[in-house]
Design a binder for this molecule. Sequence first.
Ligand SMILES: Nc1nc2c(ncn2[C@@H]2O[C@H](COP(=O)(O)OP(=O)(O)OP(=O)(O)O)[C@@H](O)[C@H]2O)c(=O)[nH]1
Ligand SMILES: [Mg+2]
Length: 469
Amino acid sequence: MSNKSIYRSIWEAISGEERIRVAVLGSKGSGKTVFLTALANHLLNHDPLRCPLNGWTVTPVERDLTGDACADGIPLYQYADARRSLAAGEWPRKTKDWSVLRLALQLRNKKRRRDVLLEVLDLPGERVADFPMIGRSYRDWCEWMGHSFGGVFGASDHYKDYCAAAAGATEQQELYAAYRRFLAAEHAACSLSLTPSIVKLGRDAVFRTGDSGEAFFANIADVPLGLDAEQQFVPLPPTCFKADAPCRKWLRSFERSYDAYRRAIVDPIGDWLRDVNQLFYFVDVLGLLQRGPDVYNAEKAFGAQALRMFARPDSSNGLVRGLQRLLDTFLRTRVDGATVVATKADLVLSEENRSHMKNLARRMFGNVLMSLGLDARQTEVLSCAAVKTTDEYGREKALGARLDGMSGELTTYLATDVPDDWPDSAAWGVGDARFDFQPTFPRFDRREDRAPAHLGLQDLLVRMLYLQR
Ligand SMILES: Nc1nc2c(ncn2[C@@H]2O[C@H](COP(=O)(O)OP(=O)(O)OP(=O)(O)O)[C@@H](O)[C@H]2O)c(=O)[nH]1
Ligand SMILES: [Mg+2]
């Protein structure tokens, strides 16, 4: 049976256009937005020499795509602005709202022509932490929180402390303060899975962080735990669901506030993701090597959470689940490709190091990829630099790049090697001197018709657009 929903197959048959929906996920700073800009640049100005696609050529189709986007209520990805600032030597600012890049394309090779509407989602990394709310009622979510922080993705004493405080709380404000303390402790332990994500990234596009747990706690002290001060919610521990528990009295209001939050923030993303064909998960393995084992563990938990969202439901089902699956075939497209990408591959020298980058990503997420219920050809681990910002001086084992501003000189420096496996955590700390990967400045040509040099971007495009031989 097709992986596309029946609804979608009918839509495509009528319009004569194939729609490919792609979710690009990854934690903050993993390179999603830079990738989206480079991708659009290459597809809108395809040069088969710079980006060979197994004999296919791509031409953009002039068409107004804003109408479609408005219908979904999702902002369009502002490609032109993003490219302009990259060409002026600035990396993108942190993404604060979700958006979708839409491109109407005609793909041709010697035998075939395909009309494709490509849609790629750019999401601020923080929102992934809310994914467990998709399809879960408030009670299910509470259970999931207990399950998740209770040991499946890493036991958290902070959550146990929170549960103890919650069980004894008599005032709602007490409960909120305890949950904020939990979030701050998790933040200090480098966790990326802070939910509701609105605490970190508000609807007002204010991004909150902090160098320490206390600093973060102070920064979120006045932020509502929900849509606004009247609609706050926190997870209730299992003891609060008992009939005589004092904290049970908040159940109803939390249920309402949780539902409102889901409707406003989470469900629109969940609805979009329900029709996704391909998933790309970006991981900055070089940044992880630099930042040490705590960040590594946090990223691993976060990535697993994001990828598992797309697992195929297991086949052992009762009647209700059977009916649900039948309904799903009408409405839900099943992901048929999941690719983990080790990004920023231009910061290292040689194919050997890039292959080590892939190994590191595979060691992190290989098991999760296998657990998604896809067959081997549908999963892949790649390394890529969406934009190549360095030159190689192979014989000297050196790289050249601008390290101090666009107008600055080209600096040549000795490249750092990537280990074949993650270091032993006992001998690996924050800012480990062995892993000195230099941040560089972007290299986009001022002429828009010249897409940037890259490393391995074509491999991602071949998978994304189904151009395998
Ligand atoms: N050398 C190199 N650096 C890159 C590349 N892509 C991204 N970077 C670096 O990574 C940083 C983050 O990239 P973004 O694309 O903004 O990251 P993001 O995943 O969109 O992050 P959020 O918007 O915070 O979720 C950039 O500012 C660059 O410093 C690349 O291809 N090569
Ligand atoms: Mg971004």
